[in-house]
Write a protein that binds this ligand. Structure first.
Ligand SMILES: [Mg+2]
Length: 366
């Protein structure tokens, strides 16, 4: 079945509440919706999710200018040729992985719709029955973090992520307050977002968290500091998760070879698509390293792609960020994603299980 057109529409949707992280304040997400049309009218959908400075939206013109000419005319089942051509068109930069991922999602969505099967069935079939979710807390005073976490706990969530930036005292106080308020049942993750300059500083900070039973400490050091990360793993008890260190399977190879992580936070957007993300998960498993699934956060289409990946995995013990749409006040698609007791339930509709909402897309288009 031939691809007849490929377009990308930039859109901006407001956040449900302002998110403060190491990146600053996020009031909205500016992403791109990729639509890949087939000769029988079937349409595949993908999302360009990239949080920094509206870059997701900006990549849309490159999809129109560079990618459409190399994709239109191909058979949608020629995955390897199509995705290879898209990668070559986008060879100039790391951020463009997110646009490659959006086209890859759209190809798999279209394939699934043609076959009448959910995308998870193209990845080996559904292996998990539910996926434990984690929700990220905005940087704030400890009591504000407790208040935000209480909302998630009341809604049934069982894991939260504390975002930290530079101030170790504040981080330790926040984790202590969460543990005191919610007891041992709440899973607490910590994301340092590269806040520590040296491995010794990271070791000092992480040792102060010992006794609070955190699930993982994410990216304490610069992405390239694999030796430092390996040292932190050796000198502390908390499992070390890398995030910024790993975008692509090539990045994962370097981290795994150096023994620099206990967990890798894998993003569909950063790795260049659902299948490259799954490849990272498989590489990690060969090294006895776990994964979590990360989020920009995506809106509905991107979250659905992450969900199909998640349910295809043989194991996913660490809570994951597959609930990006919950951080947004609106969306440009509808999905079949459902949550029960803080866990994501399996998507079942053909393809990625999403429908473009034309009226809302028009309202939010930039
Ligand atoms: Mg992170």
């Amino acid at each position: 079945m031939r691809i007849t057109h490929l377009t990308a529409t930039p859109y901006r949707v407001p956040r449900r509440s302002v998110m403060t992280s190491a990146l600053g304040e996020q009031h909205w997400s500016e992403y791109g919706l990729v639509r890949l049309g087939l000769e029988d009218g079937t349409e595949g959908i993908g999302e360009i999710s990239l949080i920094w400075h509206g870059d997701g939206a900006r990549l849309c013109t490159l999809v129109d200018d560079l990618v459409a000419p190399v994709v239109v005319g191909a058979d949608v089942f020629e995955y390897t040729r199509i995705v290879g051509a898209v990668r070559r068109a986008f060879e100039f930069g790391r951020h463009s992985q997110t646009a490659v991922a959006a086209v890859e999602m759209a190809v798999l969505d279209a394939q699934g719709k043609l076959l009448g099967r959910p995308v998870v069935d193209l990845l080996g079939g559904r292996s998990l029955d539910r996926v434990r979710l984690s929700m990220s807390l905005s940087i704030a005073a400890a009591r504000e973090c407790v208040r935000e976490a209480a909302g998630y706990v009341d809604a049934g969530f069982t894991a939260v992520k504390v975002k930290a930036h530079r101030d170790a005292d504040h981080l330790v106080a926040t984790v202590a307050a969460l543990r005191k308020e919610f007891g041992d049942d709440l899973g607490i993750r910590v994301d340092l977002n590269m806040a520590c300059v040296t491995a010794k500083e990271a070791v000092r900070t992480i040792r102060r968290l010992e006794g609070y039973d955190v699930l993982s400490v994410e990216q304490p050091l610069h992405p390239d500091d694999h030796d430092g990360l390996a040292l932190v793993r050796e000198r502390t008890d908390a499992p070390v998760m890398v995030d910024e260190s790993v975008w692509t399977p090539e990045d994962a190879r370097a981290v795994l070879a150096r023994g620099a992580a206990d967990f890798i936070n894998v993003y569909v957007a950063e790795s260049g698509g659902i299948r490259p993300a799954r490849l990272i998960a498989e590489m990690a498993a060969l090294h006895h390293v776990g994964i979590a699934i990360g989020s920009m956060p995506e809106t509905g289409a991107g979250t659905s792609a992450a969900a199909h990946l998640a349910f295809s995995l043989p194991r996913l013990e660490h809570p994951s960020d597959v609930a990006g749409w919950l951080y947004h006040a609106d969306d440009v698609v509808s999905t079949d994603l459902e949550i029960a007791d803080g866990h994501l339930l399996p998507p079942t509709r053909p393809g990625l299980g999403i429908d473009v909402d034309e009226e809302r897309l028009e309202r939010h288009a930039i």
